[in-house]
Design a protein around this ligand. Sequence first.
Ligand SMILES: [Fe+2]
Length: 230
Amino acid sequence: MKRSEVNRIMRDAVTFAHEHHFHLPPFAFWTPQEWATKGEEAREIVDHMLGWDITDFGSGNYARTGLFIFTIRNGTMDALRKGRGKVYAEKLLISDVDQVTPMHFHWSKTEDIINRGGGKLVIQLYNSTKDEGLDPGEVSVSIDGVRRTVKAGDTVVLEPGESISITSGLYHKFWGEDSRVLVGEVSSVNDDNVDNRFYEPVGRFPEIEEDEPPLYPLVKDYPKFYHPAK
Ligand SMILES: [Fe+2]
């Protein structure tokens, strides 16, 4: 992705979120120059991978295969193992019309995907087999506390206000319908470096072509701008 495209997506996302009365935390708006002045007090943002995480999954076509992600909070796998402390995470996502997040499951994470407003969110579901294939058996899911059974590969459609619980090992692929969707994700601890199993190989983080300066750093840019020891 070009940096100019990432910057444009950031500006659009802030406007769209504000239209839905959703506001990002202050560190969302720290510029690279401000990041360069931050010390150890900002360590959690970096270590827990909070912040801007815009990806085209290596597709080169964000509009067709991509996802806007902002990680608002996240715990650690260590806390999860101990069963105390910050064992949860929250993200803001934006799915555009027919913009697909590819089929994947998580080995560890259980996540609720929430339609916070805008269009409809369509989610395709499969159970996974032991060898990480698509299971032909029917899928049982909880949608806002109501159990529903669908055929393998069927879709469920979430209207604004509705949410689905995606348990670990459950394959899911999703996209917006009718109009751009503001999506919430509330989950157990998230580790995008190790906890994503994509059905077809994708790049979880994009390659960035630096055609203009970054508006705000992506999570993967922190090592470039954050040097607390200096
Ligand atoms: Fe997921």
